[in-house]
Write a protein that binds this ligand. Structure first.
Ligand code: PGA
Length: 251
């Protein structure tokens, strides 16, 4: 299984800035790599980024992901974007990011439906799970993550599971510059793998697991060195073409 590096641009970059970033990444990553690179722009620039990648012959180098999706195919949901609209624009969708859970009240039940909606329309979900600082301090980190996973994955079948990527992102390490120690990540991934194996048996071995949270060009190698880590979800550093390209080239 090849590694996956996801750049989550969050609510940054207008059309012109997004184009500049893509052109620079394209120059700094001159040929397709063994790693799969997924760029996740905001909805407004998704189409522009897709077309630009196509015109730069970057289709081999970059895939596109959305940062969220609504669980319904259509309807009176002002401001939302459905999986039907994303089909053909994005291959991946970030689902259940902690910023969506915290700022927009996204529940695990809603996340489970979003994962199912993605699979209904052949989009590949990148499911984010992770504990907050309080939960870690109270020794509840593993319980929190396993509880999230058991609900979030409850609406899909065993065979669809292979199309899901899981990103372990401790909330206290996101956008804070405070990164998790590799042995903390290793232990959590061991627990996640154990849970997946108990639930889904051998099929679970095909699920990619990423680490995310203040990943940058200085620390990425220490996470990639962990045997259970299949890639990275990069936020802040993905807006910097030099940092993101050097992570992709170094993996
Ligand atoms: P960060 O964000 O790399 O800026 O911590 C990671 C994420 O939110 O996925």
């Amino acid at each position: 299984m090849n590694s996956l590096i996801v750049g989550n641009w969050k609510m940054h970059l207008n059309t012109a800035d997004a184009e500049t970033l893509v052109r620079r990444l394209d120059m700094h990553i001159p040929k397709p790599l063994n790693v799969e690179i997924v760029l996740c722009p905001n909805f407004v620039v998704l189409d522009t980024v897709k077309k630009l990648i196509g015109s730069l012959n970057g289709k081999e180098k970059f895939n596109i992901g959305a940062q969220n999706v609504n669980q319904n195919d259509e309807g009176a949901f002002t401001g939302e974007v459905s999986p039907v609209m994303l089909k053909g624009l994005a291959q991946y969708v970030i689902v259940g990011h902690s910023e969506r859970r915290i700022h927009f009240g996204e529940t695990d039940d809603a996340i489970a439906q979003k994962i199912a909606a993605c699979r209904r329309h052949k989009l590949k979900p990148i499911l984010c799970v992770g504990e907050n600082l309080q939960e870690r301090k109270e020794g509840l980190a593993t319980r929190t993550v396993i509880d999230q996973l058991s609900v979030d994955l409850s609406e899909i079948t065993k065979s669809e599971l292979k199309k899901v990527t899981i990103a372990y992102e401790p909330v206290w390490a996101i956008g804070t510059g405070e990164f998790a120690k590799p042995d903390q990540v290793e232990e959590m991934l061991r627990q996640i793998k154990l849970f997946l194996h108990e639930q889904y048996g051998e099929d679970s071995k095909e699920i990619r697991i990423l680490y995310g949270g203040s990943v940058d060009e200085q620390n990425y190698a220490s996470y990639m060195a962990l045997s259970d880590v299949n890639g990275l979800l990069v936020g802040g550093a993905s807006l910097n073409y030099k940092a993101f390209a050097s992570i992709c080239l170094g993996v």
